[in-house]
Design a protein around this ligand. Structure first.
Ligand SMILES: [Zn+2]
Length: 235
């Protein structure tokens, strides 16, 4: 990868689009902390409810787990210094976002479109468009459609979560497609916030051995001293 250029924060509002609770911290926690510290209006949009991570658990059925994950996201934002920052929980089904053309999709698109219009973001952080996780791609598509309806065009940067571990060669950004930018961040702040997502760290659900657990390699990769974002190349 070419050496990323340093990312400069804008002077206006920031919108962070997180497909699941925990992506905000893993992908953008450092930027959220920096934006809030600078006094920028920072809004985090959680797209899915995260309720599909432990489908085998009897103690944590989907609705209970979804509520828990929302509380974990609230706590993570607080630890990032963003406790007072506005956030929206869209509560679409984890691992099953409604297809384009469905009433549920239209409703979600309307909500995101209004959010973009009301916030007027100068910078939008989206999940990587070809992330191997389908919810990440669907969240990118939903937000991109809403942004296309906005009166102004904000700067859009994309962050990859599962690309390096699970991506096929064609999933990666082409050199003529995207250029990387990086932001120096505090690994300690990110890791502190990530610990709020106990359900994803194997610390909460005890009756689903096949449930999702964030592995140490993933955590190390995504909580280092810099966050990498991808900016579309000028055409
Ligand atoms: Zn995710």
């Amino acid at each position: 990868m070419i050496r990323p250029a340093p990312l400069t924060l804008p002077d206006g509002p920031v919108l962070v689009v997180a497909p699941h609770p925990d992506d905000e911290t893993l992908g953008c926690g450092g930027l959220i902390a920096a934006a809030v510290a600078r006094g920028l209006a920072t809004h985090v949009l959680f797209v899915t409810d995260g309720g599909a991570s432990h489908p085998g658990s009897r103690a944590w059925p989907r609705a209970r787990l979804a509520r828990r994950r929302e509380a974990e996201a609230e706590e993570a934002l607080r630890r990032l210094g963003a406790g007072g920052a506005p956030r929206t929980f869209l509560r679409l089904p984890d691992a099953g976002m409604p297809p384009r053309g469905s009433p549920a999709h239209a409703e979600a698109l309307g909500t995101v479109t209004r959010l973009v219009r009301d916030l007027g973001p100068a910078l939008v952080l989206l999940p990587w468009r070809r992330d191997p996780h389908r919810d990440h791609r669907d969240a990118w598509a939903l937000a991109t459609e809403a942004l296309a309806r906005a009166p102004a065009r904000p700067e859009v940067l994309e962050y990859a979560i599962w690309l390096d571990e699970l991506g096929a060669p064609e999933d990666h950004p082409a050199a003529t497609e995207m250029e990387p930018v990086s932001l120096r961040v505090s690994p300690e702040v990110k890791r502190g916030a990530l610990r709020a997502h106990a359900s994803q760290l194997g610390l909460l659900v005890e009756d689903d051995p096949t449930g999702f657990v964030l592995g140490p390699a993933t955590i190390d990769r995504l909580t280092g001293p810099e966050e990498i974002y991808w900016r579309p190349c000028e055409r």
